[in-house]
Design a protein. Structure first.
Length: 619
């Protein structure tokens, strides 16, 4: 990544999180802390009074002094001022020359124009070729003739927008009256500032290409122009044709509109219903693949109704390489690990259809929709009560109640009892009991004895331990643990695990054949070395979870596996079972998303170590 691109990466992160630790910023930018500090020092020189990034207390904070000037910088101004010592500027020049040339271009001519060696140009070209792969565009070279860029016109325009425009914006100028019309469109469609900037760039590039006799001659697969018949858009097209003395074909009109068609779903037009059928076909393919990977049921109609507009805009964003703002910074994957894995599988279907890579940010956004539906399965309890037992007088009891309300929040109802009353109350509807004195356990409810009323952290820690019980000790889960044989393959080890559980009457005799059938359709090895063989366990009343570990990663063709989570799912899933099953799924993929946890768990020898590990995670 060029230095200018690295600067913009830093700025975009700091715009979301005005203050962030250097360690986290270093991780997100993929640079060492030392290099990051140097990049920030150079960036502060470029910002020169417009804004500054303060480095204090091992953190970075963005302070903006002149907002309008800063917004101009965020349109790409820092790239325009770079010279040919910048690889980004050289690559932009090479692409600009190739895109303007109808014939081949000699490397020697490029080296002469850039005032660099032929070897430097060859290195830049190698980087360009890698960059073009994501666009489905290629550089074709013929000895003694030179280089030529080959690809669909809309893809070439995307390359101009993303790799050339910011360095050579003077090549693409719009008249003031056009800028005013675009601002009117932006107000109507409620476009954010970055989308307005993109729309202006798209219009400028489209006009430039048409005037250079490079119109679009074919449509774009899967792209939907939701605003093709909108009066304001039609007026805008007429304006462009009149002011710039050109004709815009339907394909060019569609291309110009794409920034509006890649916005978020905050504004949905009335005409979008006509596009539901096309996106439904993709949705159904997604859900079929999800079903091939996971034994869990979704309400497809509810899910489609929730995400259909998001999918429509998302498909357009993927086609045009538009990245959403990353509001989550890995938090979605950490908070909803199973839904995130489901979203990854769903996204892979779209990648296959579009033959395009999809940014991980889109996975996070799609995760939210899966989690909304799965969350109903988890059955969040609406009425949650905690009992308080105190023998120190009404004043102390009131103080305890106030302190616990501060720690536990407004969603928990606190009910106060005396020691005598405690003997007769039914605890069936209570999550836990907080007490100032030792009490006998009742109805299996945890007793939390308060030793320091004013230690909020201790109270919160105890509550978290109760409110989020260890999933491995659930009465609805049969849990076992084993160390796998590294001399056997993944499939052989799973077969051994299944056979043993069948012999112990934990799994039904049909489990093995059902799993083998699923394995033929789809491998159960996931990312980060996680094996997840799971299927229906006929006749069972509990969920069976058996964890097997390889001491070292086990290579399996193009994948590796280190932890195996074998799950037997009851054929009939009542609400309590379904809640636990969702928790089991989240548990599996939260472990799988953390390489340190994988390394630690792989060295365990028995179930007690695993149970203790999960308990410690909650502290």
């Amino acid at each position: 990544m060029s230095l200018a691109n690295k600067w913009y990466q830093i700025l975009n992160i700091l715009l979301l999180k005005r203050c962030i630790s250097l360690a986290e910023l270093s991780r997100l930018t993929g640079t060492s802390t030392q290099t990051l500090k140097k990049n920030i020092d150079l960036l502060n020189e470029q910002l020169a009074g417009t804004a500054i990034i303060n480095l204090e207390n091992k953190g970075a904070e963005l302070i903006i002094h002149r907002l309008i000037d800063f917004q101009e910088i965020m349109t790409g101004k820092l790239k325009q001022d770079r010279d040919f010592n910048s690889s980004g500027k050289r690559m932009a020049y090479i692409l600009r020359a190739l895109l303007a040339q109808a014939d081949f271009l000699l490397i020697d001519d490029l080296a002469e124009a850039l005032l660099v060696s032929r070897g430097t140009v060859n290195k830049d070209i190698k980087l360009i070729k890698a960059q073009l792969l994501d666009y489905g565009v290629s550089l074709q070279g013929i000895p003694n003739k030179g280089l030529q860029i080959v690809g669909a016109e809309y893809k070439l325009r995307l390359i101009i927008l993303n790799a050339v425009f910011d360095y050579y914006s003077d090549d693409y100028q719009l008249k003031q009256e056009t800028l005013l019309v675009i601002d009117k469109l932006a107000k109507h469609y409620k476009l954010d500032q970055s989308t307005v900037v993109l729309l202006k760039k798209v219009v400028a590039v489209t006009i430039g290409r048409i005037l250079a006799k490079k119109p679009m001659r074919q449509g774009i697969a899967y792209y939907k122009n939701f605003e093709s018949q909108a009066p304001l858009i039609e007026e805008f097209i007429v304006h462009l044709e009149r002011v710039y003395q050109l004709t815009l074909g339907q394909y060019d009109q569609d291309f110009i509109s794409f920034p509006i068609n890649t916005r978020t779903t905050a504004m949905v037009s009335d005409d979008m219903g006509q596009f539901e059928q096309g996106v439904r076909l993709i949705f159904d393919d997604m859900m079929e693949e999800v079903g091939n990977n996971f034994v869990t049921e979704f309400d497809s109609e509810e899910l489609f109704d929730l995400m259909k507009y998001h999918l429509m805009f998302m498909l357009n964003r993927v086609i045009f390489h538009i990245e959403l703002v990353d509001l989550f910074m890995d938090e979605i994957q950490m908070k909803y690990p199973f839904s995130y894995e489901v979203a990854k599988v769903a996204i892979s279907v779209i990648e296959t259809k579009l033959l395009l890579p999809i940014n991980e940010i889109e996975i996070s956004y799609l995760t939210i929709y899966f989690e909304l539906v799965l969350n109903k399965k988890k059955g969040d309890v609406k009425h949650r009560q905690v009992a308080i037992v105190c023998s120190s007088g009404r004043g102390t009891a009131t103080l305890i109640k106030r302190q616990l309300a501060e720690v536990l929040g407004p969603d928990i109802e606190l009910v106060q009892y005396s020691e005598l009353e405690y003997q007769d109350i039914d605890l069936a509807n209570y999550l836990a009991v907080f007490s100032t004195l030792p009490l006998p356990a009742k109805a299996g409810k945890p007793i939390i004895q308060i030793t320091n009323l004013f230690d909020n952290q201790l109270l919160l820690q105890e509550w978290k331990r109760v409110d989020e019980p260890n999933i491995l000790t659930s009465p609805l889960l049969d849990f076992s643990f084993s160390v796998l044989d590294d001399q056997l393959s993944y499939l052989e080890n799973v077969k051994e695990m299944v056979t043993g559980l069948i012999a112990n009457q934990k799994l039904s005799a049909s489990f093995l054949s059902l799993w083998e059938e699923r394995e033929k359709r789809q491998t159960t090895i996931f990312d980060q070395g996680i094996g997840f063989p799971h299927t229906i366990n006929q006749g069972a009343s509990k969920i069976v979870l058996s964890i097997g570990v390889f001491r070292e990663p086990k290579q399996e063709e193009h994948q590796y596996v280190q932890l195996v989570f074998l799950v037997g799912i009851p054929e009939i899933i009542a609400d309590p079972i379904e809640q636990v099953l969702m928790d089991v799924y989240d548990f599996i993929f939260s472990i799988g998303g953390n390489e340190h946890s994988i390394a630690e768990v792989s060295q365990f020898s028995d179930r007690e170590q695993m149970i203790a590990f999960v308990s410690n995670l909650k502290k």
